[in-house]
Ligand binder design. Structure first.
Ligand code: 5GP
Ligand code: MG
Length: 178
């Protein structure tokens, strides 16, 4: 692995595709054990979670449904602090067990907003699965049920995560260097 340049910024390797695969398999195993008899609805948050979602659901040897929703709260490298509306996810959630699949939890505000909206639609049990969490940045009280990696307060790209549109396609995770 070597550094990548996206627009005007350099990003250096942080977590390899192999390390990611190992943790995703472990998280998948945990979810499968916990929710085997629940026919959970696994909900990926677009766009960032699409790669993690695809790998994670293939580690679930149980009956489950999959879907996606969209919500945006970020532009460039700084949180705008503004959370937009939930788009998609048309099905009936009454009584369902949901697993929300996120790429990264930073302040946690996006997730809190999502939880509120999904609860109000009658979901019985909502779990959170995230590839990454930045514990130092959390501004809200949030129970993260499944997390692959805890990372410091840095800006990262790759494995679904972008910097202004670029970087989602790289299989490894990279961190901003300068
Ligand atoms: P939060 O609402 O938790 O502050 O922000 C969550 C969203 O911000 C994530 O879903 C992601 O889209 C974006 N985000 C937060 N940190 C990073 C980061 O380090 N890199 C990238 N590419 N996006 C991030
Ligand atoms: Mg996201």
């Amino acid at each position: 692995m070597s550094a990548i340049i996206l627009h005007d910024k350099t990003f250096v390797p942080m977590i390899s595709a192999e390390e990611i695969a190992t943790r995703v398999a472990q998280v998948g195993q945990q979810i499968a054990t916990d929710l085997a008899d629940r026919n959970p609805l696994i909900v990926g948050v677009l766009n960032g979670a699409f790669v993690f979602m695809a790998d994670l659901v293939r580690q679930l040897p149980i009956n489950c449904e999959t879907s996606f929703l969209r919500v945006a709260s970020y532009s460039g490298m700084q949180s705008t602090g503004q959370v937009r509306e939930l788009i998609g996810l048309d099905q009936d959630l009454t009584g369902r067990t949901l697993v929300i699949v996120e790429d990264i939890i930073d302040s946690g505000r996006t997730m809190v907003h999502l939880l509120e909206q999904l609860k109000s639609r009658g979901a019985a049990d909502i779990r959170i699965a995230t590839l990454l969490v930045k514990p130092q940045n959390l501004e809200v009280d949030l129970k993260v049920d499944y997390c692959a990696f805890e990372i410091p307060n840095d800006f990262i790209v790759g494995y679904g995560l972008d910097y202004d549109g670029l970087g989602r396609n790289y299989p490894d995770i990279y961190v901003y260097q300068g």
